[in-house]
Ligand binder design. Structure first.
Ligand SMILES: Nc1ncnc2c1ncn2[C@@H]1O[C@H](COP(=O)(O)OP(=O)(O)O)[C@@H](O)[C@H]1O
Ligand SMILES: [Mg+2]
Length: 260
């Protein structure tokens, strides 16, 4: 795959929940591309459609209409093994609430997806050690989730999302359940893995601080993308980018979308 090629293409996605009186149009024609190596953020208020969009990409939800392509292949055409490979190793998912299995250690939680796919245990261990170092979770590998802090749990969940070397990591409000210090630490680690390993990340969030680690941000409101900003490289500091994000959010809050 050439670096200029689109990794993920979302084309005119609509998603409506329910019928008749209880009908909710959550996504109203979302189109976006993700390029290899990008750290793309999608920002929007609660209820704007962020989770719906990620779950459509993850094939947990079926869009009402529209197409989603990963590496040029239409994901809605995947069946059987192809679908299992897509869910198990092409995408990695990082949830707000960690979603670790309580009766497994950190190590077991992380390698679980690899074990399912029959990966070579030696290779697994090398990759596990590397990720544990990058994410600063070496000391908790043999602990159970109940023996870890929230920050450690989320970094273990990040290792689980990355262990299969997925084409793309989908992160849904990954800092939502963390305090400021742990949120910063997680974002710093994800950002450095994004840069050193050329891992592609698509993160939805309503946290401007978390979003300031992204290379590009799309803003979503009521199921529609209405604005895009990109961190200027080189030169724009993370702080300056953060200020720019706040400006967009303030204008959004003031209902001045059309001035953007
Ligand atoms: N399973 C569902 N059934 C009905 N409506 C839903 C369901 N999930 C989400 N919605 C509605 O769709 C809209 C978008 O929700 P969601 O994608 O969860 O937004 P976000 O993640 O940005 O908070 C909201 O109005 C929400 O109430
Ligand atoms: Mg959500």
């Amino acid at each position: 795959m050439k670096i200029s090629e689109k990794l993920l293409q979302v084309k005119e996605i609509y998603k409506t929940y329910g019928e008749g009186q209880s009908e909710t149009a959550a996504l109203k024609g979302i189109t976006l591309d993700v390029f290899p190596g990008e750290f793309l953020g999608i920002m929007g208020a609660s209820g704007s459609g962020k989770t719906t969009l990620l779950n459509c990409i993850a094939t947990m939800l079926k869009p009402t209409s529209g197409q989603i392509l990963l590496e040029g292949e239409n994901i809605s055409s995947f069946k059987g093994d192809q679908l299992a490979i897509y869910r198990g190793s092409k995408i990695g998912y990082l949830f707000q609430e960690f979603e670790l299995l309580d009766n497994l250690t950190a190590r077991e939680n992380i390698i679980l997806p690899m074990s399912i796919h029959g990966e070579d245990p030696k290779k697994q261990e090398v990759h596990l050690q590397k990720l544990a170092k990058q994410l600063d979770i070496e000391e908790v590998l043999n602990k159970f989730p109940s023996q870890m802090s929230g920050g450690q749990k989320q970094r273990v969940a990040a290792a689980r999302a990355l262990i299969s070397n997925p084409s793309i990591v989908l992160a849904d409000e990954p800092t939502g359940a963390l305090d400021t210090k742990n949120a910063k630490k997680l974002m710093g680690k994800l950002s450095s893995i994004n840069q050193t390993e050329v891992a592609t990340i698509l993160m939805v969030t309503h946290d401007a601080n978390a979003a300031s680690f992204c290379s590009r941000i799309l803003f979503i409101q009521d199921g529609v993308i209405f604005h895009e900003i990109r961190r200027k490289v080189p030169g724009e500091t993370q702080n300056a980018f953060y200020e720019r994000i706040l400006t967009v959010m303030a204008q959004l809050g003031g209902g001045n979308n059309n001035v953007l």
